[in-house]
Design a protein. Sequence first.
Length: 422
Amino acid sequence: MKILLLGSGGRESALAWKIVKSPRVSELFIAPGNGGTGAYGENVDLSPLDFEGIKSFVEDNGIDMIVVGNEDPLVAGIYDYFANDAVLVVGPSKAGAQLEGSKDFAKDFMFRHNIPTARYKSFTKNTEEAGLKFLDEMNGPYVMKADGLAAGKGVIITENLEEAKKTFREMLDGMFGKSSATVVIEEFLRGIECSVFVLSDGNGNYVVLPVAKDYKRVGEGDTGLNTGGMGAVSPVPFADKIFMKKVEEKIIIPTVEGLKKENIVYRGFIFLGLINVNGEPYVIEYNVRMGDPETEVVMLRIENDLVELMEMAAKGNLKNAKLKESPKSAATVIAVSGGYPGSYEKGKRIELPEVNGESIIFHAGTKKDREGLLTSGGRVLAISSVGDKLEEALDKSYKVLSGIKFDGMTYRSDIGKDVMKK
């Protein structure tokens, strides 16, 4: 089987690493890939949004399956673009991708299907005054979300009402461009978060992948600005059988059945951003692809042939699929450029240590030149390890991290400590 993987981040590095382990794969191409993905397949200079270019490449190279790593092509309708072609596409239709492409659509979908989530209302520039009144009626903290895609940074939470009103106005005035032309204001839920991933075949069948927890804030102790993710761990101690039974009954089944009922084609990954509120799961958000950096730990804990599972999903036939989950723990720590998630410099020379088989350095914001490896993004490397216990996996990742060098490198030293305490 020849596979084309779209994307260029740590998520795609981890997917590429897992995909080439399959004996079913003869060739893997990554478009555009990064400085590390060439170790798993061939990088192709194509944008994931260049559908015509992708179609030509698929036809010229006999591609059997397209795996869509990032959300942008899905929201733009890549599944629909190839709907009449022989190539399989792992990902939802454009209608299904609205679960991530529009926070307002997602919240409305949840309410239609009685899926537990926070109380909310959506506002535009025309209803700005009503939005300000809604903030007056709520208790802090105040949660405001850009309706559209904002690279994981479109959520702002503030304790202060006047600050919330100011932020709300700024969002409507273009803080996130067109993405915040509609702003969702929702009730703040207090609890601990986790990420649940489901692979759906569009016919009501699904498999639940290993649960993970990511760390979004840039600073120690979950302080500072939101990022694309500073680290992740799996499994998550509080996501036990009792909690996950509730997740399946109250969230997963109503989601896949709701999509089927509304005739929305969805053959791919569903990311459920959940919060545990006194033992009850609530949906914070949907994403329509695997998360990053959660993929870097989830892939380490899946013992199945991932390609076989994805092919079954893309063909609408996951009925008899069973997930084999490793009993081991996995931990990822992200090395980021100095200044991230604000402004940062690129092109810093990277030195990497040798690693053994229990640790992997997944590349994210890297590129190669004639002399070696350079930084090319905010999140640069995802150092990922497995161990019998979470503490062991984290120790291995931090040990590898201590041998990595590039100018301005920073990282969080407290990944996983909160769940280990619990």
